[in-house]
Design a protein around this ligand. Structure first.
Ligand code: DGY
Length: 313
């Protein structure tokens, strides 16, 4: 039977699916598997189910000389050295589609929280600082009639747009392959930044998108606009964001992802107009189970000599 290493806990239904065809070794420790342990345990494994907390680099692949498939339990696969895998003939897969709706929902949770000052209000109530209702108290921004700018119009960006239309927002988007859409306007990144009331980031992390939102980009945004990031932390230059908030160049930001997770730039913490979540975009029971299950099915397909269901492009 082929051997599969899982780098962190996954639901028992997924382990059972794998165990029907493979010998399974699952890391059960708290937190990410230490690198030395990963290197030791990947030796002799034919399949690897990896979480985004692990860097699956050339060193790991060199230790896993029998590896045939790396099934990343995430749609983003910037933690896997895909070029190194290709050189070794290892198939890399990800988990698109199954997390689209959950991630779009959570993007909207952040968008609403930041524009309606939910975090700030909750902190006030819990601290006992709320003393009275007033007509002009803690006013936020109405969404109807405003422009939602979506940077990266893939599956998740489009699902965020669907929700935006339901809130009465106009949709503008950037895409490498702009389409003629009646209900969304294709724009350059600069145009989206300059004209949107909310900018939501949905590009994958690549060398080109690293620090896409830095000082220059933030300066282009409206002072009344909000930034939402549920894709990957390094797409935003956190130090530049702190600077932009200090200069009141934007109205606020809501982040689910960070440059050096789980570290958060300390300069972000004092801002009442910043909402901070601990990378929860796809975190529902249903979606996380579906992600792990899709990764398992990808691994099993490759180990059976069949094409992967969702190989990375
Ligand atoms: C992904 O799938 O890329 C998510 O960030 C993991 O939750």
């Amino acid at each position: 039977m082929p051997r599969v290493l899982i780098t962190g806990k996954v639901p028992s239904s997924v382990v059972r699916r794998l165990e029907a065809h493979c010998e399974v070794d699952m890391y059960l420790g708290d937190g990410p598997i230490p690198k030395a342990e990963l290197l030791a345990r990947v030796a002799g494994a034919h399949g690897l189910l990896s979480l985004i907390t692990e860097q699956i680099d050339a060193e790991v692949m060199a230790a896993g000389t029998d590896l045939r498939v790396i099934a990343n339990v995430a749609v983003g696969y910037n933690n896997v050295d895909v070029a190194a895998a290709r050189t070794r003939g290892i198939t890399v897969t990800n988990t698109p589609d199954v997390l689209t709706e959950a991630t779009a929902d959570f993007t909207w949770a952040l968008l609403l929280a930041v524009t309606r000052r939910l975090g700030e209000g909750e902190r006030l109530v819990r601290s006992g600082g709320w003393t009275r209702w007033a007509l002009d108290f803690m006013l936020g921004m109405e969404l109807r009639g405003k422009q939602l700018g979506i940077v990266g119009y893939g599956r998740i960006g489009k699902a965020v747009a669907v929700r935006g239309r339901a809130f009465g927002m106009r949709i503008a988007y950037t895409s490498r392959t702009p389409q003629l859409l009646a209900d969304a306007e294709a724009m350059s990144v600069d145009q989206v930044l300059a004209t949107s009331d909310v900018v939501s980031l949905h590009v994958p992390l690549t060398p080109e998108t690293t620090h896409l939102i830095g000082k220059t980009a933030l300066t282009k945004m409206k002072r009344s606009a909000y930034l939402v990031n549920t894709t990957r932390g390094p797409v935003v230059d956190e130090a530049a964001l702190v600077w932009a908030l200090e200069q009141h160049l934007i109205a606020g930001a809501a982040l689910d992802v960070y440059e050096r997770e789980p570290e958060v730039h300390p300069g972000l913490l004092p801002f009442e107009n910043v909402v901070l979540a601990p990378h929860l975009g796809s975190a529902t029971v249903e979606t996380r189970t579906a992600m792990a299950d899709l990764a398992a099915r990808n691994a099993l397909a490759v180990l059976a000599g069949e094409p992967a269901l969702t190989p990375v492009p």
